[in-house]
Design a protein around this ligand. Structure first.
Ligand SMILES: Cc1ncc(COP(=O)(O)O)c(C=O)c1O
Length: 511
């Protein structure tokens, strides 16, 4: 089994007795742009370097560059060499040059955009990469990391599949950029049922999943330096897309001691004159929380006081348990401008078909110009997948078979009970009971296990038990004391896996 880049970097640094700052200083001498934050991202495994930086790191460590990047080759054989120190000023060009093996010709290499410097999406990051490497080497991995229902036997309702097949021949062309009339009409009626005010058919945009629309809605809004309040923990696409659009994601805390509800005082304290919007994720990924009306009302009051837009990600709105009811925050804010996101990936278990939508509501006059921007971007991507749109009407109407999963005897309900009880029975682990979705975000007593890196914990669990979970840091949670479990697998597999996690913690002491 091969180690990850960050493990190898850390090992080689320890061997050569080098600190992060040594690399930063040395890089300056060689005219290489390498900041402290880059170094710390490499060391923590949050990012891997571009080719030119990897070459420099390997040369400075005097190790084989391929070995450093994770290849199965000896560490010191053909160790990379440092170029001559340079007196030239630092280059800020995106295209960098590297010496060819003959040392004569310089080769242009292509690096990723600096716009991605602050973008992290660790749910599919280094730990998942390591799991993929292990799988490729023949190890069976138990996966509790991705909210993708189909592989766990959650099937799309037959009627939805049938209707897609019937409509396939009629969905070959582009649709209007916001989507098919029938799909948008059904979404509009759904918005009416949720009491979302002032929604016409023009206020509905379909997308290739909510993911596309998160990106689109933030790209249309943000100028460099604009701030958006995003929850911590969050579904990390929100933070990533705010930063990619040039904005700054400012995290407000969701409070584990209050059922993981947003901490309103913390939210208030983070508002500045650059804040444009508040993002809420309700029901929440990764905590499984469902926000009651009183909490939503306080967020609306805050948005009203500071004239902020509200983005509400409600993709799990139909996956609610314990007889509770989901309230759309937009229904409480007719005088504010709100954008509500949902789709069929989770409630209808068709994540692969990529069906999402967003609904503009409330006081749209406040956002006339922004809506022009949304329309431009929606037009530029032509339209979302048309065969997938053709089933929205079927999916949203009639019997909602997903409800059967959410009551005692139903898979999601029973799996939640099992996971919640088994995790809380592990000494050193506590978890708030999720009310919705299919995630739980347990807390680890870090002192008991000497945990200082949650990512290292995730890697250790992966190596030791072949179980893949997501560490809290992947959700922009800034303490190393949480992890997320997806409880979609069947009871028998969950029993075995959580049992193994308990066994792991019975002896774990982080090095
Ligand atoms: C909170 C949240 N929003 C959005 C998405 C993306 O959904 P989609 O499949 O519609 O792109 C996910 C997926 O896990 C999610 O958890």
């Amino acid at each position: 089994m091969t180690e990850s880049f960050s493990t190898r970097l850390n090992n080689a640094m320890a061997l050569r007795e080098l600190k992060q700052i040594d690399f930063v200083r040395a890089a300056e001498k060689f005219n290489i742009k390498l900041g402290k934050s880059h170094m710390s991202q490499y060391v923590s495994g949050k990012n891997v370097p571009r080719a030119d930086i990897a070459h420099f790191l390997a040369a400075y460590l005097h190790v084989n560059e391929d070995w450093l990047m994770g290849a199965d080759v000896p560490m010191e054989e053909h160790a990379a060499n440092l170029p001559e120190p340079s007196d030239e000023p630092l280059q800020h060009d995106d295209a960098t040059t590297e010496q060819s093996t003959e040392g004569k010709k310089t080769m242009r290499t292509f690096t990723k955009s600096h716009k991605l410097d602050n973008v992290l999406y660790d749910v599919r990051g280094p730990v998942a990469d390591e799991a993929a490497r292990m799988e490729a080497a023949g190890t069976h991995i138990l996966k509790l990391n991705i909210g993708n229902p189909a592989p766990f036997g959650f099937r799309t309702p037959d009627e939805v599949v049938y209707d897609m097949s019937q409509q396939l021949p009629d969905t070959e062309g582009y649709s209007p950029s916001k989507g098919l009339f029938s799909a948008r009409k059904a979404i509009m009626q759904y918005a009416q049922l949720k009491n979302i005010p002032n929604v016409s058919i023009d206020d509905i945009y379909t997308g290739n999943g909510v993911s596309e629309l998160i990106n689109l809605s933030l790209s249309a809004l943000l100028d460099n330096g604009d701030e958006v309040l995003v929850p911590s923990p969050d579904y990390p696409l929100w933070t990533a897309c705010v930063n990619l659009a040039g904005g700054t994601a400012v995290h407000y805390i969701c409070d584990e001691d209050s059922e993981w509800y947003p901490d309103i005082d913390d939210m208030r304290s983070k508002i500045t004159d650059k804040t444009k919007a508040i993002v809420i994720i309700n029901p929440n990924n990764p905590t499984g929380a469902l926000y009651p009306k009183e909490v939503l009302q306080q967020i609306v009051d805050l948005a009203r006081e500071h004239q902020l837009m509200i983005f509400s990600d409600e993709i799990y709105d139909r996956l609610v348990m314990d007889g509770l009811e989901h309230v759309s925050i937009a229904s409480l804010a007719p005088d504010l401008f709100c954008v509500t996101f949902s789709g069929l990936s989770k409630s209808h278990m068709i994540a692969g078909w990529r069906v999402g939508w967003m609904v503009l509501s409330g006081n749209k006059r406040l956002a006339k110009d922004y809506i022009e921007g949304l329309n431009m971007l929606a037009n530029m991507r032509m339209c979302s997948n048309v065969p997938a749109q053709s089933v929205v009407q079927t999916a949203l109407g009639g019997h909602q078979s997903v409800k059967d999963y959410l009551v005692p005897g139903g898979r999601i309900y029973d799996q939640r009970e099992l996971v919640y009880n088994m995790l809380n029975d592990i000494p050193g682990i506590t978890a708030v009971k999720p009310k919705a979705a299919f995630y739980i975000f347990p807390k680890i007593d870090v002192k008991k296990f000497n945990i200082h890196s949650d990512e290292q914990f995730a890697l250790d669990l992966l190596h030791d038990k072949h179980i893949l979970i997501s560490h809290g840091g992947a959700f922009n949670w800034h303490e190393p004391d949480h992890f997320r479990v997806v409880y979609l697998p069947r009871i028998s597999m969950l029993k075995e896996t959580i049992g193994e996690i308990g066994d792991f913690f019975s002896t774990y002491w982080q090095a």
